[in-house]
Design a protein around this ligand. Structure first.
Ligand code: K7E
Ligand code: CUA
Length: 758
């Protein structure tokens, strides 16, 4: 009793002096000015060390031309996927293999090294995200990229053969047979000849492209892709039908006035003329039938690409228009595929169209008019399910796991509206900061939305973050949608371009690899012709071409010296021989503007002209082991016809005592290795593939010491203490790497609940 009291008194005294202040939740709340609500939000987003996020988000990187990958609910950034823009860390655009991908995106013979990415889409099977591929569009230069989610690398870029800009892509059909890409600003489809703006109505055209995706190859099949010619209406966002509406696609438009601005000639500007009418047009396309028409030879070749012309589409009954309120933006098909929600930027309403009613009108041939190009127009009232007034500037809609519940972004109001699209009523609203563009719920555009969280992709951050100059980061806000009322949880600044759309998938659906099959060109998924195995490294010289077939393994670059003559064209292929997870090596040569990231198993090529005589160090750019800084070599660019005059490298002054000391170090380190090996083999390490890979690599390193023992012993017999000591030292280097891997394996096993085996 007495002792208890003493302890309490001592504790109170310490708290009073502040010694324990940071240990109490109450004190932290007080000191940092946090409310209960803040703590609740923190608890809902905090992911402790070693734990992982439940969802993975792929966000467009806007003008960065990349994709940003982050976890939900922690909002921690996991990766930037280099797509249309060079990215040095990944070597993207700095090694030959990735340059070949960027080169696919050339237009009119020109490199285009940036992109304006807008809408990522995850591949689907039966309308559900399958986590295999990601697609993303470039609005500025009409292109689409394919990213393989086995390694999160860009594999392909295709250039739209007939558009000059695009926006309404990428969205996938329910089984990812096709990826949609709709034009934005109309232009002549052939890009061969100039037509003045005075001929806008006659010569300028919009359209929509259906890219055929070959899932087995993991690539878009350009030859089997086709487009539909459309009026010059500034086609905007699109979506594919699903379930009952599978086989159809929907693309809306703005500026169906076909207004051409000309403020220079005293004409009112685009913005006045492009929003003058009360309605624009939703394009309704029977794409399955369109694909059949292409197969039947009813398309016209434009720039070598199949295009179904408008008159064919009208005659065959595969293209219809429906008026939609003022300057529509998003069109989003409901998870059951029965309804589609269109938001009109300049209207307070969202309009919910019924696919069934659209079909009934088409079957009955009930059209209110034809547009100037002869396309049948279905009356809005014949297609509408309901209209709901949500607020100012509705843009995009996402769906909840709860039936009939949708979320729509309100750009002007800076709010998210939660509403019921079956009954047409508003359920809740929450303010966001500020001016939200897209919003995204977990798997919220699939047939099986995941609910739980919503991310508001806000255009303006204004006062949310520490100021960093006039250019602010974007603000992605995480919202809890699990209850009746939405709750704001977290603000994430994103400083890499202006993201538009994002998609989020359950993390357990992604199955990325941790290494490549040794010798893989990751950009083609094929065996790299420059790959070699350990011991097969070589340098081949033919005329003025020098080709190096090298390898990387902690902590060596083989070869350690590359000798060329000035003017030689140097090609270096490097294979990472590691099997252990996360053992990436990088490679660069001083001043040759080249860099490669070589993950375990990968083979990468760098190429340059050695145009100036001199000495150029090369090194590994990833801190890969304790001897990382020693992972180095020299490129020697010699004058033509240069002959050596000195044949020995400078020697150190090693003694027998140095040699003996090194042998002692080797013996001590071996004892450490033996104890680690004893631990690893005493537990069920074979049940942990990560550990098996580390153990394999560790024994590889240790195995290399065998050949060295005779070397140091032979040198010692000749009293060549320099070589005796250094060969023994090299044994120790291999031991260090073995021990490094072994200790990491041991820690991993201890932390992941390895069990004793007898
Ligand atoms: Cu609304 Cu390009 Cu989808 Cu921006 S788009 S917000
Ligand atoms: Cu390999 Cu540093």
């Amino acid at each position: 009793m007495q002792r208890w009291r003493l302890a309490t008194v001592a504790g109170a005294a310490l708290i009073a002096t502040g010694a324990f202040a940071s240990d109490s939740l109450q004190d932290v709340m007080k000191n940092r000015g946090l409310s209960q609500q803040d703590l609740l939000a923190a608890a809902k987003t905090y992911v402790p060390t070693g734990k992982r996020d439940e969802f993975v988000t792929f966000s467009s990187g806007g003008q960065s031309g990349q994709v940003i990958v982050y976890g939900v609910p922690s909002m921690r950034i996991l990766k930037y996927v280099a797509v249309f823009t060079p990215e040095p860390w990944q070597g993207y655009g700095y090694d030959e293999n990735s340059k070949a991908v960027l080169k696919q995106g050339r237009i009119d013979g020109k490199d285009i090294t940036w992109g304006d990415t807008h809408h990522p889409a995850i591949s689907e099977t039966n309308g559900e995200y399958d986590g295999q591929f990601l697609f993303i569009n470039d609005k500025a230069n009409p292109r689409i990229a394919v990213i393989d989610l086995r390694d999160f690398e860009t594999k392909q870029i295709v250039v739209n053969p007939i558009f000059k800009s695009e926006h309404g892509g990428t969205f996938v059909s329910p089984n990812t047979d096709y990826i949609i890409e709709a034009a934005q600003y109309a232009a002549p489809l052939e890009n061969k000849k100039f037509y003045p703006l005075e001929e806008f109505n006659e010569k300028y055209r919009g359209g929509v492209t259906y890219w055929k995706f070959d899932r087995k190859a993991g690539r878009i099949d350009e030859k089997k892709s086709f487009s539909l010619e459309l009026p010059p209406y500034s086609q905007d966002l699109s979506d594919f039908g699903k379930g009952p509406s599978d086989g159809w696609s929907f693309t809306n438009s703005f500026c169906s006035e076909r207004y051409v601005g000309g403020i220079e000639k005293g004409r009112p500007p685009y913005e006045a003329g492009c929003s003058a009418k009360d309605t624009d047009y939703l394009h309704v396309v029977n794409w399955k039938r369109a694909a059949e028409l292409v197969a039947a030879g009813k398309a016209k070749k434009i720039n070598g690409h199949d295009v179904i012309m408008m008159d064919t589409a009208i005659k065959e009954g595969i293209l219809f228009l429906i008026p939609e309120p003022k300057s529509p933006h998003g069109v989003d098909v409901t998870p059951d595929g029965k309804l589609l929600v269109v938001a009109g930027k300049l209207d307070t309403h969202v309009s919910v169209y019924s696919f069934e009613k659209i079909q009934a009108a088409i079957k009955a041939g009930k059209f209110e008019s034809k547009d100037p190009y002869g396309i049948p127009v279905i009356a809005m009232k014949d297609a509408l399910h309901t209209q709901v007034s949500l607020g100012l500037g509705p843009l995009h809609t996402q769906y909840d796991s709860k039936s009939c519940v949708a979320y729509t972004s309100l750009y002007v109001d800076s709010q998210v509206a939660k509403w019921n699209y079956c009954e047409g009523k508003v359920l809740d609203k929450i303010s966001v900061h500020y001016n939200i563009g897209h919003l995204m719920a977990m798997e919220g555009d699939s047939t099986k939305p995941g609910g739980k969280y919503l991310v508001a992709l806000n255009k303006l951050a204004i006062d949310r973050f520490v100021p960093v100059g006039p250019l602010h980061p974007q603000n992605h806000q995480l919202i809890d949608i699990s209850g009746d009322k939405m709750q704001l949880l977290y603000d994430m600044p994103l400083p890499l371009g202006e993201p538009h759309y994002a998609v989020s998938i359950a993390a357990n659906k992604l199955k990325p690899a941790v290494r490549y099959k040794v010798g893989t060109d990751s950009r083609t998924d094929e065996k790299h012709p420059g790959a070699v195995k350990a011991g097969e490294e070589k340098t081949v010289k033919k005329g003025n071409k020098v080709e190096v077939f090298g390898t990387l393994i902690r902590s060596h670059i083989t070869p350690e010296t590359i000798e060329v003559e000035v003017g030689d064209e140097v090609t270096i292929h490097l294979t990472n021989l590691e099997r252990a997870q996360d053992e990436t090596h990088g490679f660069t040569v001083s001043t040759y503007n080249t860099h490669a990231s070589i993950e375990p198993g990968k083979t990468v090529t760098v190429k340059f002209k050695a145009d100036k005589e001199g000495v150029y160090p090369y090194y590994c750019t990833e801190f890969c082991s304790a001897l990382h800084l020693e992972m180095q070599g020299y490129l020697l660019v010699k004058p033509k016809g240069w002959k050596p005059t000195k044949t020995n490298l400078a020697a150190g002054n090693y003694t027998e005592a140095d040699y003996k000391a090194t042998l002692k170090k080797v013996a001590d380190t071996q004892a450490v290795i033996d104890s680690v090996v004893a631990y690893i083999t005493s537990v069920n390490y074979k049940d942990f593939p990560e550990v098996v890979a580390m153990v394999d690599d560790a024994f590889d390193q240790l195995g290399k010491t065998k050949d060295l023992k005779p070397k140091h012993e032979a040198a010692a017999a000749k009293k060549d203490w320099e070589n005796a000591n250094l060969w023994a030292e090299q044994i120790w280097q291999y031991q260090v790497k073995t021990a490094d891997l072994g200790l990491r394996a041991k820690t991993f096993l201890e932390q992941n609940g390895a069990k004793k085996v007898k």
